[in-house]
Design a protein around this ligand. Structure first.
Ligand SMILES: Nc1ncnc2c1ncn2[C@@H]1O[C@H](COP(=O)(O)OP(=O)(O)OP(=O)(O)O)[C@@H](O)[C@H]1O
Ligand SMILES: [Mg+2]
Length: 372
């Protein structure tokens, strides 16, 4: 490992992880999912702020193997294009990354991979086997949170309202023991039965989305039946299971969780009306209010709900739980995110800032929780 792969600002104040002791941190970022671009930006922001705080930081992109990436190269690559990148199907380089010197020599691995194998428990499993400490949720919680239907079944168990749903499975025609990883229930339907399932949800509009994708990739608001099959087909490009969900009109709210506590609620108002990829990552495409202008009682209810969701899924460290607030004031939980965006414009850093936690402190605290 060459010295050029490290960077350290020797004038930076010591990290609070242990007074005067700097920690070696490998930031896994980039990856092979459709959220690769976002992860390149999140990971760079995390890496830079940790380095500024005096830690030894190595940026490693598992899509590229185990060679650490210099800051200049990382900065040049950190760009969220208008459309999400295509999913890459390779796993060997992730194994190499976890077995490589950068990860092996790290005190803690900061997992900044959004979506795909970086957020669904796969990389977490590799890190477990490698005996490494890593940030955020473990294997099962990551897998459950990534699988929206699995999450919803659990939400029901703990009485957290979630929009009604049906699942269209592209594997319905396969024998049960040859189907892929996600659970399949008797009520799931094949593609040619999707229209019937949609009608049982109470009519249009409905939301059609991949069961295990993020950043609104592959999601369609279906307003009438003739849009249904193209929407199922699009979502099917990202997942073997497609979720049909009752559309909840109203407001968009999210609750960040940090170290067992819920941070102030954020309200998001996307200018386009839907919180899609462009509204999430395009500058000025959404308006954010934190703390959200909602009654205190509702804010308390949402925070308690987010902690319930977090505990029910077995999440650890930090994350974010997304909600829709119906016009009658009822919150519906959409999903939990175990590796939420961590760019300086992202929602968890925004909620942390509202209680006086700077981006650097937030990132350091996340690393610190995993070290203990
Ligand atoms: N049932 C629904 N009713 C209304 N809007 C919805 C519904 N489901 C999803 N949406 C809209 O689509 C966005 C993305 O949905 P969701 O949070 O389920 O998926 P995601 O792609 O995993 O998001 P993230 O980027 O947070 O990982 C929501 O923030 C919301 O604006
Ligand atoms: Mg979401």
């Amino acid at each position: 490992m060459g010295a050029n792969v490290f960077w350290r600002d020797s004038h930076a104040p010591p990290g609070r992880i242990e007074e005067g002791v700097h920690v070696r941190i490998a930031v896994l970022y980039g990856g092979t999912s459709a959220e690769r671009d976002v992860s390149l930006v999140s990971g760079l922001a995390v890496g830079l702020t940790l380095a500024e705080r005096g830690h030894d930081v190595l940026l490693v992109d598992p899509a590229e193997g185990d060679s650490p990436i210099g800051t200049r190269e990382a900065a040049a690559a950190a760009l969220i294009n208008r459309d999400p990148p295509a999913v890459r199907h390779e796993t060997g380089s992730a194994i190499a990354a976890v077995r490589g010197e950068a990860v092996r020599s790290a005190d803690v691995v900061f997992v900044m991979l959004h979506g795909g194998t970086g957020e669904d428990g796969t990389i977490q499993g590799l890190l477990e086997l490698a005996g490494k400490k890593y940030t955020g949720s473990g294997v099962l919680a990551s897998a459950l949170a990534m699988d929206k239907r699995a999450s919803k079944v659990i939400l029901k168990e703990v009485h957290v309202p979630t929009p009604q749903w049906r699942v269209v499975t592209l594997e319905r025609e396969l024998p049960p023991d040859t189907r892929g990883g996600s659970p399949t229930f008797p009520a799931d339907v094949a593609v040619d039965e999707a229209a019937g399932a949609a009608n049982e949800l109470g009519g249009y509009p409905i939301i059609v989305k991949p069961n295990d994708q993020g950043s609104t990739v592959g999601l369609t608001v279906v307003k009438e039946e003739r849009q249904l099959l193209p929407a199922v087909k699009l979502a099917g490009e990202y997942s073997r299971h497609v979720l049909l969900e009752t559309y909840i009109p109203g407001r968009e709210l999210t609750v960040a969780v940090l170290g067992g506590k819920a941070l102030p609620v954020i309200e998001i108002a996307p200018k386009s009306g839907i919180y899609d990829y462009e509204s999430k990552y395009g500058k000025g495409m959404s308006e954010y209010t934190c703390p959200a202008e909602i009654p205190e009682l509702l804010s308390d209810q949402l925070k308690a709900s987010a902690l319930t969701v977090f505990a029910a899924l077995g999440c650890r460290g930090y994350g974010r739980v997304d909600y829709r607030l119906s016009p009658t004031g009822k919150p519906y939980c959409l999903e939990a995110n175990t590796v939420p965006g961590m760019t300086e414009l992202s929602l968890v850093p925004m909620a942390a800032a509202a209680v006086g936690i700077s981006f650097g402190e937030l990132v350091e605290r996340i690393a610190e929780m995993s070290l203990k």
